[in-house]
Design a protein. Sequence first.
Length: 614
Amino acid sequence: MQFRKDINGLRAIAVIAVVLFHFNASWMPGGFAGVDVFFVISGFLMTGIIFRGFEQENFSILKFYIARANRIIPALAVLCFVLLVFGWFYLIPLDYKTLGKHIGSSMSFLSNIIYWKESGYFDAASQEKWLLHTWSLSVEWQFYIIYPLVLVAMKKFMSLKVMKAIVLAGTVLGFLFCVLATYKWPSPAYYLLPTRAWEMMVGGVAYLYPLKLAENRKKAFEWIGLVLIILSYIFISKENLWPGYLALIPVLGAFLLIQAQRNNSIVTGNIIFQLLGKWSYSIYLWHWPIVVAIYFYNLSYYCVYLGIVVSLFCGFISHRYIEKANFRISFSHFNQYFKCIPIYCFFLMSSLGVFVFIKNGFDYRLSSELFIKNKNAIEAIGDWFYPKPNLKIGNTDVRFIKGSSKKNILFIGASHIEQTYPFVEAFGSEHNIYYVTMGGCFVSPSYVNPKWSCSNIQNYEEIINKVNFDKIVSSIYLLGGYLSDNENLRKEQIKLRINEYNNFLHFAKSKSNKVYMLLGEPIGKEFDPKISIRQNLNNFITIKNAREKYSLHYSSLNKLSEKKDIHIIDPIDYLCSDVCLVMNEDFKYYYKDASHMRPWYAKEKLHYLAQILN
């Protein structure tokens, strides 16, 4: 294929957006859509390689795979090696173990699946994951593996014309599936191939159905495409479900720019964009670990600007000395494929990553006390017990614990209600217990979690009308969640939520004998095992500090007109004495993260719930 300066410039447009978004999302709120532009470019180029091979009857799947490996693996392997060396000296074993896991998954191109599995409500901050950005490389590689196999199989039974039509139809169906899946399963839809393949196939359609345009129409296509891409970068944000139907905006923009075929365009053909386009893959590889380092070590804001410069420099060095290395592509017989250098890079770095993970980040390097803390921190992270729903009442998912009487208790709220489950289950109340929850949600109907629906608890009237509850227990923990940055709008949101919570309390009192309100437990970074050991924090916080975190809650209590006859329980009164401890004398952490207690600790310490369960 003739070198396309316009496509190279389009790479620059994509990587600029991604880099700016990652270093400071406010600069380009929808910059993550640059990855979608990359997918379109990749699909165009890969489809071209495959179909030209079909037309010339010389396509080789093995050569295709080797060419892709030569392009992607060496630069990725060098990055992973540098991170392993860096981690040995500067990461605590807990973080080093995680890095090893992520290196293994990135080198084997399964990282998108790993990050999807880690992307639940309790997911660690994305800025703690040094190789999070490799999820897109994994999606591409999975596409590279499956796509040619499917096309080769199809070629045995049909003509190229029919194959092209099937690719077009598959692209449309893939988009429709993506739209549906994004709303039904937002996390897997973001990370996994089935909902991303259509974006690469759009690039394939651009190759298979090129448009012959007059020069003035080429300019129109280019500018419309460019406007669509820029609009997606500016007006879409991480608050939007993605990819979904909105992904069509940057994808269509990339499609139009490719179809315009303006190789002499000043927009995509200028020298700066040409250089950035050539370095784009390596810039993409190196920029994210630099972003993580700034967050990890709480560096000055001005380091963001330095980080962008370093990303460009590393991209240039990586492209010149690694990407441009002439690795062998053609081999005369199968045994010679074992001379393929990227294969050894793959096995070596994958094995090293897995070894670091298995060896717990080589925790033997630590002193005895830190060794115990590190070991306990690893055990604490992810320590959570809240079963799947075992009962459906109307549209409401319920966790039901059967008691010996006919009286019922409802626990309703977010994850801070869920964490009481181990104590309540172990208590053995004679009441029937109903847990109606949704993490990250509040019962106020105006409260919106951008990632998933809160209807399971916001439609509280349905279950309360259907079941006769003796007692109802709720929490105001997330009263202040997902508020606007605009001060005036923020005040209006709080006022509305307080009024709506008043309505909930009024309804709950009218339908039950007793209503309980749980305030917040002690929280803070000191409680997070990972951050605590990483930053060597104190093993306690003061009661004053614990209460300061809930200033909004305490001030809101005075505005609740339905507070009368509500039994209010403040966990800080029970969980703290002179101070609020974060671990016991054996350095065993009480919480799994900064704000959620572990099951064993809940069983030991939540005796203040006995007044509800008796």
